[in-house]
Design a protein around this ligand. Structure first.
Ligand SMILES: Cc1cc2nc3c(=O)[nH]c(=O)nc-3n(C[C@H](O)[C@H](O)[C@H](O)COP(=O)(O)O)c2cc1C
Length: 496
């Protein structure tokens, strides 16, 4: 791990300027607003169940699909009883969580459905509409940027998930680099779940010619860059002939566009380390594509078989609607082993088709699970077995490792950790963070479907948790307490 990544993971103080103060009055908006460009309104008559959704990719369905993936779904006004001067603060909520509720990602699309001109669009979250950045047929350019790993001519849309650095750097400084990948992964996880509900075929590409696609979208890659590309298909994906292409040749075939956008902040600070990290991992030629996540984990020896979990393949609409981060609202309850088994099975099953064969694993410190001695466990999804790494109740230890005590882990029976190798090569770091975000979203959806709450946490002491599991070559990427919840009083206005 290079020094910067090591510090982000184990010693964040070293990467935070001591005099860092967040200028809340000049905070950026959690969504990007383009100005002076043609717009296409999207239907807000969203279905209330996925059972009746029209699978045909129309503009109407695409609008619903985007809204369920990254749209604004609720205005919530709660009181924080721990604030000295409690002042209700309204928040615009989405189906997905995001570090600090800042949503640093943006969604762009190459659209090819009836009723709208073929071209490149931005999903304007605030107005639930598409903003046209350029019209035209870009099958060939996108195909080359992906090195022909799917036939873009066959897809009805290609989604680009970008990260706009300032959107959470203004609060988290360099720590935002760690959040940006996880947040993008959460959005990818939700998009894949939606694709499943709508019956679309997908493939997630983490490797592509960055500059070529940023140029296609008209992004200034020193302030925003694409993290993942996901073409959507109605039918089976065909692979095209793969040849070597360079970003430079693809860029030459695409005229430049100038756009104007608004994000509210008057003063945008520089983020040299984040720019440096993203510049250093850019792919300039498809020859640089590599195998990611191939390092195989050792299979668990001496584990025991878990009971089969429930299938959560049905309509997940209610689970999406219910999900929120409970904070102090966890209440201790006993968890049946079959529920724990469902959570693990759902989270780790159905790996996405992608250019990263995920080597991530899941572990957890469990307390008050029926038929399971309290302790720290590791899960092997290939054999659906569990191995007890250390016996004991780790709740107090985990609580002492929290940066802010805004979740009472003493009230939480299940505390999961998503595990990865410590060795990251260049682009692999952000790819593994995205894969961890994808798993996180699966875990939260499963928890919500089982009427449990889950709260993602990056504010935890990684070293302390690695020590609980006695990890040396591996490490905890994110902590996710899961358990029964008694929601506090809040005024919530559903936007559907
Ligand atoms: C990657 C990631 C890291 C997070 N880290 C923390 C954290 O350290 N502490 C915390 O209280 N919440 C954390 N959250 C939860 C967010 O604050 C929460 O998702 C956001 O405020 C939106 O609220 P909601 O999840 O209820 O919709 C994290 C969320 C994500 C996706």
């Amino acid at each position: 791990m290079n020094d910067f990544l090591y510090n982000l993971h184990y010693d964040i103080e070293r990467e935070s300027p001591p005099d860092w103060e967040v200028d809340w009055d000049d905070a950026p908006l959690p969504y990007k607003l383009y100005r002076n460009l043609p717009v296409v309104p999207l239907s807000s008559e969203v279905p209330l169940t996925f059972e009746k959704v029209e699978r045909k990719p129309t503009l109407e369905n695409l609008g619903h699909f985007l809204w369920f993936t990254y749209g604004l779904n609720q205005v919530s006004q709660g009181m924080n009883p721990f604030d000295e001067a409690p002042e209700p603060s309204p928040s615009l909520r989405r189906f997905v969580p995001s570090g600090g509720g800042l949503y640093p990602n943006e969604i762009y699309l190459y659209v090819k459905v009836e009723g709208v001109s073929q071209g490149i669009y931005h999903y304007d979250v605030a107005h639930h509409r598409l903003v046209c950045l350029r019209e035209g047929n870009y099958d060939d350019s996108i195909q080359k940027a992906l090195c022909g790993r799917c036939d873009v001519g066959d897809c009805f849309a290609t989604v680009f998930i970008s990260t706009m650095f300032w959107k959470n750097f203004f609060k988290y400084n360099n720590f935002s680099y760690r959040l940006q990948g996880l947040d993008a992964g959460v959005a990818i996880g939700q998009l894949l779940e939606m694709s499943k509900q709508y019956g679309y075929e997908t493939n997630v590409f983490y490797q592509f010619l960055d500059q070529a696609l940023n140029h296609l979208l008209g992004l200034d890659d020193q302030e925003e860059t694409i993290y993942a590309v996901i073409p959507l298909f109605e039918k089976t994906i065909r692979i095209q002939e793969t040849k070597i292409y360079t970003a430079e040749t693809v860029i030459r075939s695409i005229p430049a566009i100038q756009t104007d956008h608004y994000i509210h902040s008057q003063k945008v600070l520089d983020f040299p380390k984040i720019r440096h990290m993203n510049n250093a991992v850019k792919i300039e030629s498809t020859e640089q594509f590599s195998e990611i996540g191939k390092s195989k984990r050792k299979l668990i020896q001496g584990g025991f078989l878990l009971p089969n979990g429930e299938s959560l393949s049905g309509d997940l609409m209610e689970a999406f609607r219910r999900r929120f981060s409970p904070g102090m609202d966890f209440t201790m309850g006993r968890i049946p082993l079959s529920q724990l088994s469902t959570l693990l099975q759902h989270t780790m099953s159905a790996p996405a088709k992608s250019d990263c064969s995920s080597s991530l694993a899941i572990a957890g410190c469990f307390y008050n699970v029926e038929g399971l001695p309290d302790g720290a466990y590791e899960y092997d999804h290939c054999t659906h077995t569990f191995r007890l790494l250390k016996k004991g109740d780790f709740r107090l230890q985990l609580q002492s490792g929290m940066t802010a005590h805004n979740v009472n882990l003493y009230q939480v029976p299940l505390c999961f950790h998503i595990i990865s190798t410590k060795e990251f090569r260049k682009r692999e770091y952000r790819i593994l963070q995205m894969e961890a975000g994808r798993l996180l979203q699966r875990l939260l959806t499963a928890a919500s479907a089982l009427r449990l709450g889950g709260h993602p946490l990056l504010g935890f002491d990684v070293k302390l948790c690695d020590d609980i599991y006695s990890y040396r070559g591996e490490t905890c990427l994110i902590q996710v307490p899961v358990g029964p919840v008694q929601p506090r009083v809040a005024l919530r206005g559903s936007l559907f």
